[in-house]
Design a protein around this ligand. Structure first.
Ligand code: IPE
Ligand code: IPE
Ligand code: MG
Length: 250
């Protein structure tokens, strides 16, 4: 078991992103409806948000519903939306108390009115909090996000605000939903699949990726600390040699 004291406070990821996968299979393994897995998954969300806050993670992005997930059976989609809404309602007080700033990345116009309303209210109420930024990826697709940035930039060029040649990496990053936030250092996917599923394609270009077979409803504090400990043992080279990053020239 990993304890928070076992972690090196100097080498914490500033931004952790998680693909919370495996709810449906977890429930099916227990002969329960898939939605039961999503409900228990919401308890994991609570646990991981709280643990992030305690460890001192500054930014946490949770993939809760993808742009592609709209294709699921209507009953599962509406069940997920209801769980999301009650999660937001029940957690607002806790977020306010714990200095958690809620943000959303994704196409929120596609969300049902009721969900959008509570979401926008929670975002507004927590906007000035400074301890942990919690990004919920809802109706999110990375390719859509990049297309949206391209459209915003094209519009600014057309309006004469921007020269085409001035478009660089920083400017593209500044037009993504995550503008102003650090790139994820650690990207975790639970549930055993080893793919990104259209998550943070731009932002994760140098993220350390951690795959675990643990299904999301079982992914709690201890498994999370283990992932962070694994991250702390990696050598991030960013294209340089090992020697360069271990002994930077003085
Ligand atoms: C992740 O769990 C939650 C969402 C995608 C909303 P899944 O529902 O994808 O669970 P599996 O992958 O079918 O087990
Ligand atoms: C990715 O999981 C999206 C979320 C966790 C919200 P999926 O279960 O939808 O991914 P695929 O379809 O198996 O790639
Ligand atoms: Mg899945």
């Amino acid at each position: 078991m990993v304890r928070p004291d076992d972690l090196d406070p100097q080498r914490l990821p500033s931004h952790v992103a998680i693909v919370m996968d495996g709810n449906g299979r977890w429930a099916q393994q227990r002969k329960k409806p898939r939605i039961y897995g999503h409900k228990v998954g919401a308890d994991s969300v609570r646990d991981i948000v709280q643990s992030s806050r305690e460890i001192g993670i500054g930014h946490l992005t949770l993939y809760a519903f993808s742009a592609e997930n709209w294709q699921r059976p209507a009953q599962e989609v509406s069940g997920l939306m209801n769980i999301l809404k009650s999660y937001l309602v029940s957690e607002l007080e806790e977020m306010e108390k714990n200095q958690i700033r809620l943000r959303c990345i994704g196409d929120i116009d596609r969300l049902p009115d009721g969900v959008r309303k509570v979401l926008l209210n929670s975002i507004e109420r927590t906007a000035d909090n400074t301890a942990l930024t919690l990004n919920l990826a809802l109706s999110y697709g990375a390719r859509d996000e990049i297309c949206r940035a391209a459209r915003l930039l094209a519009q600014r060029c057309r309006d004469g605000e921007l020269a085409v040649d001035s478009i660089d990496q920083q400017m593209i990053a500044g037009h993504l939903y995550t503008a102003g936030q650090p790139d994820p250092d650690l990207l975790i996917r639970t549930g055993g699949e080893r793919r990104l599923s259209n998550f943070l394609l731009w932002q994760a270009s140098y993220a350390e990726i951690y795959f675990t077979d643990i299904m999301w409803p079982d992914f709690r504090r201890d498994a999370y600390l283990q992932a962070i400990q694994d991250f702390q043992q990696r050598e991030r080279r960013f294209g340089k040699t090992g020697d360069q990053v271990r002994r930077p020239p003085t």
